[in-house]
Design a protein around this ligand. Structure first.
Ligand SMILES: Nc1ncnc2c1ncn2[C@@H]1O[C@H](COP(=O)(O)OP(=O)(O)OP(=O)(O)O)[C@@H](O)[C@H]1O
Ligand SMILES: [Mg+2]
Length: 508
C-alpha cells in the first residue's frame, strides 16, 4: 500500500515521564477510511499515544514523527490538530454539564455573523443537523448534566462532526456504556466510515474490537507488540499478545454458594428524588447473605447507582422511606459515615467525583478509607501506609514507577484499580461495587475477580452493579434485575441467562 493511502503514520514515537517510558519507539499506521483499534493492558501507553497525536502533548515533548496526509506535523496544542480535522474524545468526557446541548456542540467554534456576533439561530440549526447524523433525539436546550453518559458520548461525536473531522479518536468510548448504547455507537462509527471518516478507537471490550476493527495495533509496556488486519483479528489472539500468556477462563472458579444468614436487607425501600420529582428506587426488596456475591443488573439509568447511593447514606437529594436491616438490626443512614460504621463500603462508578483524590499518592488514597488502621493516637504511621500501598500495587498489578506517584499521573485503568484497593483495604463486611472493572484490562479483571472470590470465602458479602452481562453471569450467585427504579426479577446463578436478564431489564 502506498504512503498516501495512509491517512496517518506515526514513526518511532518515544515519550517519557519521570521514571516512566510511556512510549518506546512506537510505529503505527492507519489507512484512510478504516476503523483502527489500539489495544493493550492498563498503562500500556494507549492514551499517551493519542495525546501525542492530538497535540495535547505538544511537538518537542516527545521524539518521532507524526505524518498526517503525507505531511509531517508539529502540533503545539489541541487547536492545531483540530484545524487538520483530527478530533479526540478523551477517556474522561469533556462536556460542560451546565451548558445546553447546542452550546456544548459549538462552544469554542460558535457560528458568528458578519458583524462577529454569535448567530445562535444558525448555531442551533447546525447543532440539530449533527445530532440527526449521530441519531440523537434530545431537546437542544436541555442541560448536558441531565443526560446519561450514552447520550453525552453522542454529543461529543456531534461536536467532532461539527468541526469537520477527518480522523476521529475515541479513547474508551464504550467503557461507560451499556450493551445497547455501545452497539449504537459502534454502528455509528461504521456509518461514519461510509462517509469517509477514519477512526482510531481504544477499547478493553475485545468482543467489540473483533466485531468492527479493520485493523489494530497491540501495545505492551510502551512498545508495539504486533499489528493485525481484520482477517487475523480474534479475541483469543488479542489476549495472548496483550497479556503475553493465554487466559482461557476470564472468571476464576468459586465453590458453589451454600447459603448463609442474611446480613443485609432492604424492605419496601424507596428513594424519592426531590430534583427529578419521582421515585428513583421503588419498593426494593433486596437480600444479601454472608459470603454471597449478588448482582444488580439493569440498563443505564435504571436506578442501580441510585440504589447504591441511597442505601449508603448518600441521600442529600433523596427522601427515603422503607427499611434497611443490617445484621438483624434496623438502621437508618443519613450520611455515608454512618453506613461505613456498620461495615458497608461503596466503590463508586465515578472515580473522579466521589472516589479518589487525584493530587495525592497511591498510599494516601488507599488508606483514606480506614485511617484508623494505620494510625495510633491520631498519628499516622507512614511506614504502615507504604506497606499497604506496596501490597496492593503488587496484588492488583498497578502500573506505576513508585507508590508515591500522584493518582493523576496513573493511567485510567490503574486509577480504577486504586479505587478498588481503597475499599478492599477497609475490609468492610458488605461491599457494594459499582462498575468495578470499568476500563480495566482482561488480565487485571481476572485479578480483581480472584480477590472478590477470596473475600467472600472469608465471609464478606458483595453486591456487584455492572453493565457487562458476562461479568454479572460469570461472578454472581444471585441476580436482581431492575428497570426504571423497579425490581423486575430475581434469578439464581443456574437459571440466569443474558436473554432473560435483558428481557426483564427492558420491561416494566
Ligand atoms: N502525566 C503523566 N505523568 C507521569 N506518568 C504518566 C502520565 N501519564 C501517563 N503516565 C504513565 O504512562 C504510562 C502509560 O499511560 P497511559 O495512560 O497511556 O496508559 P493506557 O494504555 O491508556 O492505560 P489504560 O488502559 O489504563 O487507560 C503509565 O505507566 C502511566 O502511569
Ligand atoms: Mg488510557
Amino acid at each position: 500500500m502506498s504512503e498516501n493511502e495512509k491517512i496517518l503514520v506515526m514513526r518511532s514515537i518515544t515519550k517519557t515521564f519521570p521514571g516512566v517510558r510511556a512510549l518506546d519507539e512506537v510505529d503505527i499506521h492507519v489507512d484512510r477510511g478504516e476503523i483502527h483499534f489500539i489495544v493493550g493492558e492498563n498503562g500500556a501507553g494507549k492514551s499517551t499515544l493519542m495525546k501525542v497525536l492530538s497535540g495535547i502533548y505538544s511537538s518537542g515533548s516527545y521524539s518521532g514523527d507524526i505524518v498526517f496526509n503525507g505531511e509531517i506535523k508539529h502540533f503545539s496544542g489541541i487547536k492545531d490538530s483540530v484545524k487538520e480535522g483530527i478530533v479526540i474524545i478523551n477517556q474522561e468526557l469533556a462536556l460542560f454539564p451546565d451548558l445546553t446541548v447546542y452550546e456544548n456542540i459549538y462552544v469554542g467554534h460558535e457560528v458568528a455573523n458578519k458583524q462577529g456576533v454569535i448567530d445562535w439561530i444558525e448555531t442551533k440549526k447546525l447543532a440539530k443537523k449533527y445530532l440527526d447524523i449521530v441519531g440523537l433525539d434530545v431537546n437542544l436546550d436541555s442541560l448536558v448534566r441531565s443526560l446519561g453518559v450514552g447520550k453525552q458520548q453522542l454529543i461529543e461525536i456531534a461536536k467532532a462532526l461539527s468541526q469537520d473531522v477527518k480522523l476521529l479518536i475515541l479513547d474508551e468510548p464504550t467503557a461507560a456504556l451499556n450493551e445497547n448504547d455501545s452497539e449504537n455507537l459502534l454502528n455509528l462509527l461504521v456509518e461514519l466510515k461510509k462517509k469517509g471518516i477514519t477512526s482510531i478507537m481504544i477499547s478493553h471490550k475485545l468482543r467489540e474490537v473483533e466485531a468492527v476493527a479493520d485493523s489494530l495495533t497491540i501495545l505492551r509496556d510502551g512498545k508495539v507488540i504486533t499489528r493485525m488486519d481484520s482477517d487475523e483479528i480474534n479475541e483469543h489472539e488479542i489476549i495472548r499478545h496483550m497479556v503475553g500468556r493465554q487466559i482461557d477462563d476470564i472468571f476464576p472458579e468459586r465453590p458453589k454458594f451454600k447459603g448463609g444468614k442474611v446480613v443485609f436487607e432492604t424492605i419496601h425501600f424507596n428513594a424519592y428524588d426531590r430534583n427529578l420529582n419521582r421515585y428513583i428506587v421503588n419498593d426494593a426488596n433486596i437480600k444479601l447473605k454472608e459470603g454471597e456475591v449478588v448482582g444488580l443488573s439493569g440498563l443505564m439509568g435504571a436506578g442501580r447507582t441510585e440504589f447504591a447511593h441511597s442505601v449508603f447514606g448518600n441521600i442529600d437529594e433523596y427522601k427515603i422511606s422503607g427499611g434497611i436491616i443490617v445484621n438483624e438490626k434496623h438502621v437508618e443512614f443519613s450520611h455515608p459515615q454512618a453506613a461505613i460504621k456498620h461495615g458497608i463500603a461503596y466503590v463508586s462508578e465515578d472515580r473522579k467525583k466521589d472516589g479518589l483524590i487525584l493530587g495525592e499518592n497511591i498510599g494516601q488514597n488507599i488508606c483514606l478509607s480506614s485511617l484508623k488502621k494505620i494510625s495510633k493516637n491520631g498519628i499516622l504511621n507512614f511506614f504502615k501506609q507504604s506497606f499497604f500501598a506496596k501490597k496492593y500495587v503488587k496484588d492488583l498489578d498497578i502500573k506505576t514507577p513508585s507508590i508515591y506517584q500522584q493518582l493523576k499521573n496513573l493511567s485510567g485503568g490503574n486509577q480504577q484499580k486504586v479505587q478498588v484497593a481503597k475499599w478492599l483495604f477497609a475490609e468492610p463486611k458488605i461491599l457494594i461495587l459499582d462498575e468495578p472493572t470499568r476500563g480495566i484490562d482482561v488480565g487485571a479483571k481476572y485479578e480483581i475477580y480472584t480477590i472478590i472470590n477470596d473475600l467472600v470465602s472469608k465471609g464478606m458479602s458483595i453486591l456487584i452493579i455492572s453493565s457487562e452481562l458476562p461479568e454479572i453471569l460469570g461472578m454472581c450467585d444471585r441476580i436482581y434485575v431492575i428497570a426504571e427504579g423497579l425490581q423486575t426479577a430475581e434469578f439464581d446463578k443456574e437459571e440466569a441467562t443474558a436473554e432473560k436478564i435483558m428481557h426483564k431489564a427492558t420491561v416494566v
